[in-house]
Design a protein around this ligand. Structure first.
Ligand code: HEC
Length: 122
């Protein structure tokens, strides 16, 4: 009987702790619904995300891995063949990009919206 009591206290404490854990996680990683990509074009939103996160290695003359993402036409090639989304979502079978990091959920949803809208330039 004594053992049972200890066990149920342990269960309650665990439940309490995990409750707190999930509360915090929600603060740290807001639900994707909080991000509304709105109207997405290359010049309006996509270019600045790619420029600030990828051009150091894949733009402005830098073509690491022989990958050039500089400009609309080059990026569109990787958008259309699925490799862009594979890399930024860190899907298996793709090199996770940007190397050593990850775009925010909001930036990823902006790029996915751009692709599902047919990669409009402007
Ligand atoms: C710090 C340098 C660096 C940054 C920043 C970087 N990459 Fe890369 N990327 C590389 C290197 C090196 C390779 C080739 C080796 C490899 O595939 O891991 C590569 C390969 C790739 C490939 C080909 C991989 C495949 O699976 O075929 C794509 C596509 C790519 N990067 C996209 C991106 C995108 C999109 C960003 C920005 C969100 C980005 N990279 C940021 C260094 C970088």
């Amino acid at each position: 009987m004594k053992k049972m009591k200890k066990y149920s206290i342990l269960v309650s404490v665990t439940a309490l702790l995990s409750g707190c854990y999930y509360d915090n996680a929600q603060d740290l990683y807001p639900a994707p619904a909080a991000c509304d990509p709105g109207t997405v074009t290359y010049t309006g939103k996509v270019f600045s995300i790619i420029q600030s996160n990828c051009y150091s290695c894949h733009g402005g003359g830098s073509v690491l891995g022989n990958v050039n993402l500089d400009g609309y036409a080059n990026l569109k090639t990787y958008a259309d063949n699925g490799i862009l989304v594979g890399t930024i979502e860190h899907q298996t079978g793709f090199s996770p990009m940007p190397q050593g990091g990850k775009l925010s959920d909001c930036d990823i949803s902006v790029i996915k919206k751009w692709i599902s809208d047919g990669t409009p330039n402007n």
